[in-house]
Design a protein around this ligand. Structure first.
Ligand code: ZN
Length: 515
């Protein structure tokens, strides 16, 4: 504990105020978790109001000029203390949050939130009857409001402030060239893989009783390091992770009895998010530092566990005998090699959330480019479905059967905003192999240990190098500290080439360099 904490009452006052705000936010999250898991449907209307009330209180307390004054008074310490210290980080990060929060008028936020709620309802209906035209006016309004939100901030590109909310420090000028490089490399790789004979994966689509799936999933995530003393697992239609404190980080799961992969891999994905939140240093509890630093880093942790570990050969060397033992009837005639190939099958498809790790980023980049085009005024909402289908044809060689499978498949634009919604997914996919490479370079035993069912080496390394810091460092700072380099597409491309060259028996390196 530095001398500042002991001597400076203003720092204590700031911490006390921030801790109360965190409590209000955590209470709102508990209400939200309850709404999605156990609340009877009759509670929906009142619950919406209750959550809004708590959030409004939290916002009012945070934008109180007294907080601004405290930050001003503490500014000298921010520079005199070490950048890495908890105290300097707390002042620095809180100032960024505060400056952002006071720029947006609360009447605007109330108006936008109200619109998001009705737009979401309109989307649910429009999606079920496959009618984009009925949700179009709502989306047009969302575009206007998203542009207005951006206008409260200084920017180079109108999407920059919206991207910054989720992935601080990332801008269109960084992401556009990065993504376009990635797309150029990926398109020929996807083409080469999908021209090869299709992998047989019918073993995954048999009847897998729900309780057995849940039991197996629990064994896996406990072994990985998810702490059930500080978390729990429940069922919901759309899996998510929510954190109420470092000591209470919950995940949800959905199970399809006719599809083995859905529950397991989405559970491991959510556990990746949860390990991050459970691994934050306890001294950050009750402060704005006690959460993941950006959507890209968060997603990198879930994808690292889901894909790089969960879909690796080594992981199944450890777990496949056990899985076969539980599902003897389904898997006794499937070898580990057949199973490993089946869970890594690559196919062009219309739905982002079902996509394999090779094609996934193409789905994301389509959305990212369309978002930018709409915000720039280059693409009208009325032309969005055609633009969407055109890009799917170019990048994935398929056209969605209807707009429900196409432009209306994701909730993001309809329930939140246009801009900043998708880049985090691809950033996560890029950051995960860059971090994993650094971990294995530090300790090559990590991969061998995984084959033996020992995940502690990797978990400990991630905790020490990523999790414990919470929001102390931005994504760019963290990547540089951990890997010694800036964010790059190379580790991802190398990972995909190595893994899928072996699975598909093609020399993918020759395809990726073609462009
Ligand atoms: Zn995720």
């Amino acid at each position: 504990m530095s001398t500042l904490t002991l001597r400076e009452p203003k720092y204590q006052e700031l911490k006390n105020r921030l801790s109360q705000i965190r409590d209000l936010e955590a209470a709102a999250s508990v209400l939200n978790w309850d709404q999605t898991t156990y609340m009877p449907t009759g509670g929906a209307y009142a619950r919406g109001r209750q959550i809004a009330t708590l959030k409004e209180f939290a916002h009012e307390k945070f934008t109180d000029p007294a907080i601004g004054q405290l930050l001003e008074d503490l500014r000298p310490y921010e520079n005199s203390l070490s950048y890495d210290s908890t105290e300097a980080s707390l002042i620095r990060i809180t100032r960024r949050d505060y400056d952002r929060a006071v720029r947006v008028p609360s009447e605007f936020m109330a108006k936008f939130c109200q619109h998001q709620a009705v737009s979401y309802e309109a989307w649910v209906k429009a999606k079920s009857v496959k009618d984009f035209s009925s949700v179009q006016p709502y989306l047009e309004r969302t575009l206007d409001l998203s542009r207005e939100l951006a206008s409260f901030f200084p920017y180079q590109h109108i999407a920059d402030p919206l991207i910054d909310f989720a992935d601080e420090g990332m801008t269109v000028s960084i992401l556009r060239p990065l993504f376009s490089q990635l797309r150029q490399k990926l398109l020929p790789i996807v083409e080469a893989i999908t021209s090869a004979p299709l992998i047989e994966d019918s073993c995954l689509y048999q009847h897998y009783p729900k309780q057995h799936q849940l039991n197996f999933g629990r064994t896996v995530i406990e072994r990985i390091g998810y702490d059930f003393q500080r978390g729990r697992q429940d069922e919901t239609p759309h899996p998510f992770t929510s954190s109420f404190s470092i000591g209470d980080v919950r995940i949800t799961t959905r199970v399809y009895e006719e599809n083995f992969t859905e529950a397991l891999f989405s559970t491991v994905h959510e556990v990746g998010h949860a390990l991050y939140e459970q691994g934050i240093a306890l001294e950050l509890e009750g402060t704005p530092l006690a959460e993941g630093t950006s959507s890209g880093i968060h997603e990198s942790q879930s994808r690292l566990w889901e894909n790089m570990v969960g879909r690796s050969r080594g992981f199944w060397e450890c777990f496949y005998p056990q899985l076969q033992g539980i599902f003897l009837k389904q898997l006794s005639r499937t070898s580990i090699s057949e199973f490993y190939r089946a869970i890594n099958r690559v196919a062009k498809s219309c739905i982002r959330t079902d996509a394999d790790e090779v094609t996934y980023n193409l789905h994301v980049m389509i959305r990212f480019d369309l978002e930018l085009a709409m915000l720039e005024g280059e693409l009208a909402v009325s032309d969005l479905p055609d633009a969407w289908n055109e890009r799917y044809k170019t990048d994935l060689g398929i056209v969605p059967a209807d707009d429900s499978e196409g432009v209306m498949q994701d909730v993001h634009w309809y329930g939140e905003m246009i801009g900043g919604m998708f880049q985090g997914y691809t950033l996560g996919n890029l950051i995960a192999p860059q971090i994993y490479e650094a971990a294995v370079k530090f300790d090559p035993e990590i991969t061998v240990a995984i084959e033996r069912g020992n995940f502690t080496l990797l978990h400990k390394w991630l905790k020490q190098n990523i999790y414990q810091y919470g929001r102390k460092y931005t994504a760019n700072e963290l990547i540089r500290r951990v890997t010694g380099a800036d964010l790059s597409i190379d580790p991802f491309i190398n990972y995909i080439q190595d893994k899928y060259s072996e699975i598909y028996k093609i020399k993918l390196a020759t395809y990726a360099t073609k462009n």
